[in-house]
Design a protein around this ligand. Structure first.
Ligand code: B12
Length: 179
């Protein structure tokens, strides 16, 4: 899996294309029994993208557990240990992402959980230079960091393509995640 990219590599350019791309992946997602844990960590109350993500992910066949907003990092890690999800998707909108979820990949690794963590939203306050933000989050162990205003459909399609790579599906099954 690539570490991080500035934007989805093969992101479709409009909603209709994204819907078509995701629909084409749906049967593979169901076949691979992919599951996902989602939430908005820390002191962040922005719930809209989280609810949209839940709806999109469930509609293409993921088993979704949504921890909602204001989720402490420790709660995310505990849920990951219980559920062994195929992936974790975080939204962080209020600009406090470093504080709110920067430690999540490290805490998961320390707990022995090998699960890719994806994050998107407004990760910093104001107009911080995106390459700088990207470098900062890349160093924290996120599987992929999505820039502000990433279309959720395109993001979910990109994440799904990564999770459906045969070696990743194999690793997910071997790790004991729901199969
Ligand atoms: C509604 C709103 C609120 C509501 C939230 C209500 C609720 N419970 O959801 C209220 C009024 C409570 C609020 C409070 C605050 N807010 Co506010 N809020 C907004 C607003 C207007 C809309 C957010 C929204 O729902 N958008 C719709 C969703 C669908 O879009 P989105 O969140 O942008 O997410 C998109 C992408 O980022 C992507 N995405 C998101 N997550 C992920 C994850 C992955 C994996 C992927 C692939 C993609 C992805 O998908 C979405 C669709 O493209 C935005 C401004 C704006 N127009 O965006 C500000 C905004 C997010 N808020 C902001 C701020 C600063 C605050 C406050 C700190 C203000 C204050 N001083 O009190 C507080 C923080 C409260 C807290 N503790 O979190 C800033 C954040 C600035 C930053 N990060 O640089 C914004 C951008 C406004 C601004 N321009 O300054 N807010």
């Amino acid at each position: 899996m690539d570490a991080v990219s500035e934007r989805p590599r093969t992101a479709p350019t409009d909603t209709a294309e994204s819907v078509t791309a995701l629909a084409a992946l749906a049967s593979q997602i169901a076949h691979a029994s992919l599951s996902v844990l989602i939430g908005v960590p820390g002191d962040d109350v922005h719930v809209v993208a989280n609810k949209l993500a839940e709806t999109i992910l469930a509609s293409v066949g993921y088993a979704v557990t949504n921890l909602g907003v204001l989720v402490p990092a420790a709660e995310l890690v505990a849920a990951a240990r219980d559920l062994r999800p195929s992936a974790i998707l975080l939204s962080s909108l209020n600009g406090h992402a470093l504080l709110n979820c920067g430690s999540v990949p490290r805490l998961l690794a320390e707990a022995g959980e090998e699960v890719p963590v994806y994050v998107g939203g407004n990760l910093c306050v104001g107009r911080t230079d995106w390459p700088l933000v990207l470098r900062r989050f890349a160093g924290l162990g996120f599987a992929r960091v999505f820039p502000p205003r990433t279309d959720l459909l395109a993001g979910v399609a990109e994440i799904s393509r990564e999770l459906l790579q045969p070696r990743v599906v194999h690793a997910i099954r071997r790790s004991g995640a729901p199969a």
